[in-house]
Design a protein around this ligand. Structure first.
Ligand code: SF4
Length: 326
């Protein structure tokens, strides 16, 4: 297993970013509670405080929180993580994503628009509006009118072809101005999943052994153990952010539903009312039907069998169109 020192040698560090940090640029590390941003934070903390790099600017953690859509334990977990690193944590209110989705549904219906309201790869407002824009507003405020700031983001190329095409660093749109300099930087862009877990202190075999040990436990019990990552990983998740994510696989969705059945039922109710599936190829109502009331189960089967209300007679499973959020 690679050590933190060895792993810092793999961090993507363009000379422009290294130079900027040596010139005293501030470093804002964006964390979600997921393994990639946690690993990135540990690595950058190590480079800043345990290696002679001459990075002298301020360093903080920042997190955009999406209310009930997040795992219930995420805020607690993130607060403890920041405390362990000894870094200031700024939690930015991204709005309650459950309510944001409901508002979008109502808005589209009122406008008579025939399109799904769920976020999707084509209309990813859950990230752009609720997270990125809110964090940009925070960065503008935190860095000031003439600030110099680098925003570190834990995106990895291995996650998707879109992410693989991202530049390692670029000016941050919405923060960078004529008087303020702001960059986005992707330090762990080329990291493998195994290297990410190594940065958190585990080999993949150790992780698997711990997951077997935690099987059947509640998130707060895993939280109270010595496990060093978000409890959802201990319970088998492969990725993490919202409890129920538009990109989640069946296992992650099932975990999210069991850990937050109230929100799961709210989402299924939206599928019932709209006739649109949560994901283009998957209904949430099929993920954990045992968590639905008998009445909901009947209503869900009925909704699935019918074309979406107030929508064109196209398949409810059609790919969503890009529409403005509000
Ligand atoms: S975790 Fe998924 S649903 Fe939540 S903001 Fe990210 S992409 Fe959207």
């Amino acid at each position: 297993m690679l050590t933190l020192n060895e792993l810092t040698g793999k961090v993507a560090l363009p000379s422009e970013i290294d130079h900027a940090l040596k010139m005293g640029f501030d470093l804002a590390i964006s964390i979600s509670g997921g393994k990639d941003s946690d690993a990135m934070a540990r690595l950058l903390h190590h480079m800043r405080f345990h290696q002679a790099r001459g990075w002298n600017g301020r360093i903080i953690l920042m997190h955009a929180h999406l209310g009930r859509a997040e795992h219930q334990i995420t805020l607690q977990y993130i607060a403890r993580f920041a405390n362990q690193l000894g870094l200031p944590l700024h939690v930015v209110d991204g709005g309650d994503l459950v309510d944001v989705m409901k508002a979008r549904k109502l808005k589209l219906e009122a406008q008579g628009k025939h399109a799904p309201f769920w976020p999707s790869a084509q209309a990813r407002y859950c990230t752009s509006t609720c997270k990125r824009d809110k964090l940009s507003a925070f960065l503008r405020h935190w860095s000031g009118k003439t600030g110099r700031v680098i925003c570190a983001i834990g995106l990895r190329a291995a996650e998707s072809t879109t992410r693989a095409q991202k530049s390692i660093f670029q000016p941050r749109e919405g923060v960078n101005t004529l008087s303020r300099i702001a960059y986005d930087w992707l330090p762990v862009h080329h990291f493998t999943t195994e290297e990410i877990w190594n940065a958190l202190g585990y080999s993949l075999d150790q992780l698997q052994a711990l997951q077997a040990q935690f099987k059947g436990m509640a998130p707060h019990e895993v939280f109270r153990s010595s496990f060093k990552a978000h409890p959802a990983y201990g319970l088998g998740n492969t990725r993490l952010s919202c409890g129920l994510c538009i990109f989640g696989n069946l296992g992650n969705l099932h975990n999210g539903a069991s850990q937050n059945p109230e929100v799961y039922r709210e989402y299924v109710q939206l599928e019932i009312e709209s006739g649109y599936a949560f994901q283009p190829q998957r209904w949430l109502g099929d993920v954990a039907p045992e968590l639905l009331t008998p009445e909901m189960q009947i209503a869900f089967q009925r909704a699935k069998a019918q074309p979406p209300k107030q929508h064109s007679p196209q398949s409810p499973l059609s790919i969503p169109q890009q529409l403005p959020l509000f």
